[in-house]
Design a protein around this ligand. Structure first.
Ligand SMILES: C[C@@](CO)(OP(=O)(O)O)[C@H](O)COP(=O)(O)OP(=O)(O)OC[C@H]1O[C@@H](n2ccc(N)nc2=O)[C@H](O)[C@@H]1O
Ligand SMILES: Nc1ncnc2c1ncn2[C@@H]1O[C@H](COP(=O)(O)OP(=O)(O)O)[C@@H](O)[C@H]1O
Length: 284
């Protein structure tokens, strides 16, 4: 038996941090949505009780550090599965980019193995399992668009944003999420994003208001550490993107554009600036 799963990237349309918690995590308020840039996982059952990961990407761990491996081990242990699995990861999402590539692979592995082994784990239980692997994993299991609170695992689904083009550019830097949160002084945040306005703009399908309401407090840290991310934002704004924001802890910057011709112009302009550039649609 073999199953396939798509693992799409996410972007944060709003990312606010309310405070640092006792457990070391930050209490967040985020609006997240999926874009049509995805890894693909092929999972094949093995009669031998083992987990094997392969990938065409030479730059990710293939051992127990891989989040898809961790997902397979977790589901096997928790549901006493004695069989094994071979997972091939076709990697398309850039790594350590703020696009939740690893989290989405873990989510796809949980969804796929639930089917492969006929475990019939309900969605809520699968999301709780995902939360053990990372804060973004429950959202990656659920998909769509959602308001995420808690450390990111408490989800309220919302309607899809108005359809548009999303141009993504990742400068050649690897940003550590833990490092960015670690440097954030939650009590000193000067300007909090207007998450309510982002949700209202989505509710009324008001593209211009959505673009004007985007905000991410982690930009305060990452743009300070890496001035090239700020330059990239300015570059996208100059090239006419209607809304521009860093995704997650960065360093990927995305631009929202209504018209395909403008998305093409932005894509071609940015290709001179960095290697990892994508023009995709929202996954609505
Ligand atoms: C910043 C965001 C925004 O969507 O995305 P990325 O930039 O990673 O894509 C997420 O909050 C990242 O979620 P995820 O990457 O799953 O984080 P985790 O593995 O749970 O945590 C990594 C580390 O980040 C810090 N962390 C994470 C989430 C949170 N609410 N508060 C935190 O302080 C912790 O130091 C933790 O050890
Ligand atoms: N399946 C995977 N895909 C990508 N990165 C992975 C995977 N499993 C583990 N990692 C590790 O997770 C770290 C964060 O990667 P990623 O999930 O792409 O970042 P981000 O959350 O910023 O989008 C990297 O250091 C990478 O080595």
């Amino acid at each position: 038996m073999k199953v396939m799963e798509k693992a799409p990237a996410k972007i944060n349309l709003s990312l606010d941090v309310l405070y640092k918690r006792e457990d070391g995590f930050h209490e967040v308020e985020m609006v997240m949505t999926m874009v049509d840039l995805a890894d693909r996982l092929e999972m094949q059952e093995l009669s031998r009780d083992t987990i094997i990961i392969s990938s065409q990407a030479g730059y990710i761990p293939l051992d127990e550090k891989n989040l898809a491996f961790q997902a397979a081990r977790l589901i096997k242990d928790r549901y006493h599965v004695r069989k094994g699995v071979y997972i091939h990861l076709d990697k398309k999402i850039p790594v350590a980019a703020g696009l939740a590539g690893g989290s989405s692979d873990a989510a796809a592995a949980l969804r796929g193995l639930n089917r492969l082994w006929n475990l019939n784990i309900p969605l809520e239980e699968l999301k709780a399992l995902g939360a053990e692997l990372g804060s973004d994993v429950p959202f990656c299991i659920q998909g769509g668009t959602a308001l995420a609170t808690g450390r990111g695992e408490k989800l309220t689904p919302i309607t899809s944003p108005p359809q548009c083009w999303v141009v993504l550019a990742k400068p050649p830097l690897n940003v550590s999420t833990a490092d960015v949160y670690g440097r954030l002084k939650a009590s000193e945040i000067r300007r909090h994003p207007d998450t309510k306005s982002v949700i209202e703009a989505i509710g009324t399908q008001d593209f211009n208001r959505l673009c004007g309401s985007l905000g991410n407090v982690l930009e305060d840290v990452t743009l300070q550490l890496y001035p090239e991310v700020r330059q990239l934002k300015e570059c996208m704004q100059r090239m006419g993107a209607e809304g521009v924001l860093m995704s997650g802890s960065g360093p990927t910057v995305f631009g929202l554009v209504a018209k395909e011709t403008k998305a093409e112009k932005l894509y071609n302009g940015l290709r001179g600036f960095c290697k990892d550039v994508y023009a995709v649609r929202l996954l609505t």
